[in-house]
Ligand binder design. Structure first.
Ligand code: ATP
Ligand code: MG
Length: 424
């Protein structure tokens, strides 16, 4: 993309209302704009990042046989009355009345809707297990929306739901999602810490939150220092949960290897048996033709919150430092306004865009210094400068956002350079 076409206004100063670094950087780099309290517009750069995160989550869900679908944001209140949650959910639920006086609501989560839907399509043990998910906007009328998209009122969530014939099978499914979540967060460049959690409004008796460490996080964590271990995914559920249980009973806070820190909750999984299938009268026939109430779990990831959480993990005083698979652009080519070697610039841009797909060309009428600053603020992994050195010596300057290292390459060397090999 040519940056002259991009809706983008970099701000030098942080807006006063932004208290944490991710919120400041998202506003300064035109990723989001507040529409009204806790509700945001995703501007082009923010939207690209959101899509990239979504995609990494999608690949991982598809890998464990989860079906992607899309349920509506607006739900009927009928099913919620049956499950008993219509009254229980309280003021966080946005309730809407339509012109015929029907009670509708903006979905804060989808257990009821998916259970009802599942009943319609699966009625035999042969159809089990089934895993379904969608990536859809949710609304929760949070009492104190804050920190930008970290705690919004409208936010994007990936929510998956599982159905199994027996309690044992449901636990196996839970473990499958648990491990898939570890891999998802590792793929996003994050170090997840699974924590045994309270089940809250979703219910059930087994639940884990996935936290990532950040000083600005809203959750207090006590964890064993040995646990910050990137080989986590190689361990089994049992090994990990024994190690990682951060509940107060399990961890002696006085022990020297216990660290008290703060975390951001980026995911939450629940195993709640028949909490919804029972009241909604969902059943399947087993091998003997007997009616069985299926066992369920649900599995959430805060997609929009992750954009901010990743920035909390990857930034410096110049701006964001995106992991390459999440960055809005992998490579940013900076050129001088109207150079007489424009055909060379365009041929390099065309070559890279064919190979790497999301490449930007900063063709705006601004100084090279200013363009470098914007590239650093946005957090693009690689910046290529095609300027005076190119004109005089045929050299292109390549700067890594990770460590600010500069190297000079010829056009030929650029063609062969491995841009994907980058750690932020
Ligand atoms: P929290 O404890 O942060 O309020 P929750 O436990 O109410 O979250 P869940 O129902 O577990 O949230 O939702 C699944 C995921 O959705 C959370 O792990 C979080 O990443 C994300 N999420 C929840 N509420 C918000 C919000 N208000 N803004 C942005 N993301 C959210
Ligand atoms: Mg939660």
């Amino acid at each position: 993309m040519k940056l002259s076409n991009l809706l983008f206004n970099s701000l030098k100063e942080s807006p006063k209302e932004a208290k944490i670094i991710s919120h400041q950087l998202m506003l300064r780099s035109s990723m989001i704009r507040q529409h009204t309290s806790g509700i945001y517009t995703w501007l082009p750069l923010g939207f690209k990042v959101l899509k990239n995160i979504e995609n990494i989550i999608r690949i991982n869900q598809d890998e464990i046989g989860c079906n992607e679908m899309l349920m509506s944001t607006i739900q009927s209140s009928e099913l919620w009355k049956k499950s008993g949650r219509y009254a229980d959910y309280g003021k966080e639920m946005l309730r809407i009345t339509d012109r015929h006086d029907n009670d509708l609501l903006y979905g804060p989560t989808n257990e009821e809707v998916i259970t009802d839907l599942f009943s319609d399509y699966v009625n035999s043990y042969k159809g089990l297990p089934k895993y379904l998910y969608h990536i859809q906007w949710k609304f929760r009328d949070e009492i104190r929306p804050r920190f930008g998209v970290m705690r919004g009122r409208e936010f994007l969530m990936k929510d998956a739901y599982s159905f199994d014939l027996t309690e044992e099978a449901a636990f196996e499914t839970y473990k499958k999602f648990f491990r898939s979540y570890l891999k998802t967060f590792l793929d996003l460049g994050l170090q997840p810490i699974p924590v045994k959690a309270a089940t809250g409004a979703i219910g059930g008796d087994l639940s884990h939150e996935f936290q990532i460490l950040a000083n600005t996080g809203e959750s207090e964590l006590a964890y064993d220092s040995k646990l910050v271990d990137s080989n986590l995914y190689e361990k089994s559920y049992e090994e990990i949960t024994t190690m990682y249980s951060a509940s107060d009973e399990m961890i002696d806070k006085s022990k020297s290897d216990v660290i008290i820190g703060r975390g951001i909750e980026v995911g939450h999984i629940f195993n709640f048996g028949t909490k919804y299938t029972k009241p909604l009268e969902c059943f399947v026939l087993n091998q003997d033709g007997k009616r069985i109430t299926p066992y369920m779990g649900s599995y959430g990831i805060g997609v929009s919150r992750l954009t901010a959480a990743i920035i909390e993990a990857f930034h410096d005083d110049k701006g964001i430092k995106w992991p390459i698979n999440i960055s809005p652009f992998k490579i940013n080519i900076i050129m001088q306004p109207n150079p007489d070697y424009i055909s060379d610039v365009e041929s390099i841009y065309n070559l890279l865009i064919t190979k790497y797909d999301n490449v930007s060309l900063d063709d705006r009428d601004l100084s090279i210094g200013r363009k470098i600053k914007d590239s650093e603020l946005i957090g693009i992994p690689w910046t290529l400068i095609i300027g005076n050195n190119f004109k005089e010596k045929g050299q292109i300057e390549l700067i890594s956002r990770s460590n600010s290292d500069k190297i000079f390459l010829s056009k030929q060397e650029i063609e062969n350079f491995e841009f994907e090999q980058y750690t932020p």
